[in-house]
Design a protein around this ligand. Sequence first.
Ligand SMILES: [Fe+2]
Length: 347
Amino acid sequence: MPISDYEMIAAWKQVLTLSKLQTGETVTILTGASTHPQTLSTALIATQSMGAIVNRLDLLPVNGEKAQSRDLLAYLGTTPLTGNRAAIAALKESDLVLDLMTLLFSPEQHEILETGTKILLAVEPPEILVRLVPTDADRIRVRAAAERIGAAREMRVTSAGGTNLVCPLGEFPVISEYGFVDEPGRWDHWPSGFVLTFPDDGKAYGQIVIDRGDILLPQKAYVAEPIVLTVEAGYATRIEGGLDAALLSDYMASFNDKEGYAISHIGWGLQPRSRWSTLGLYDREATIGMDARAYEGNFLFSLGPNNEAGGKRTTACHIDIPLRNCTVLLDGDAVVRNGQVLDRQSR
Ligand SMILES: [Fe+2]
């Protein structure tokens, strides 16, 4: 259902207020070929109404000829900022960047964040942005979960379907995604609501069963029959199953990069307003699947890079896989049991 400009402006103001936007600060709105016109027009009004100095910076698309998919998160690597010193300078000089084009993680983005510039990604369609507009309660819930991970040395994930994955922790930081940027140098994504970290490099092992009804992104498909991943020394070394396994294998093979098979981020969804079932209601190109990534009680893991958290692995291949009905244990204590978040303090 459409959203009115009034509702979008109110949502932007909520996000910008939570992000502590101050009168006189400089906001640069990054746009590209896929930017939603209503998201842009309402961002321009909301930022100006809050007294910001507002710029627009339109960047040209990259990697379209390399990616197998039109999904904005499907192909990582170079970005429109690569080698673009003028654009990088403008973003470094901004207090807040509203990324309406999907910059993705890149060395340039890290460089910009290090200057204290905040970056907020917002590319889901307006009705999803409004339904999942963040609140301070989201921040509190996600931060509490992040503290739990930060204190743990091991994450273990099990399921009745056969998942039994062990991930030693400690090498990489914990990342909280709650949908707004309230600290200098912070990156976040509206909408979100989940916590993540990365297994120690080369140390994850076990088995992951992507069960019937679990979701593959960027495929944006519900799996119809289980896919079994064997995980050894941090990599998915075998992908077995039926048609869904064959489709996943073929897609991953297109990157011709063994680093794409590494276990990347691991964590769980904490957003009660996100739904597992929403993806089935959308055309594939109408969403990037944030409901699937954030729905409460999922175990979200990824295959691909770990440079987002300061690791050395870069690869263009990036697959996010939220699993239902998993139990997540931190040093043996369950934080999610059979897909239900247990930590009542963090809800
Ligand atoms: Fe991911």
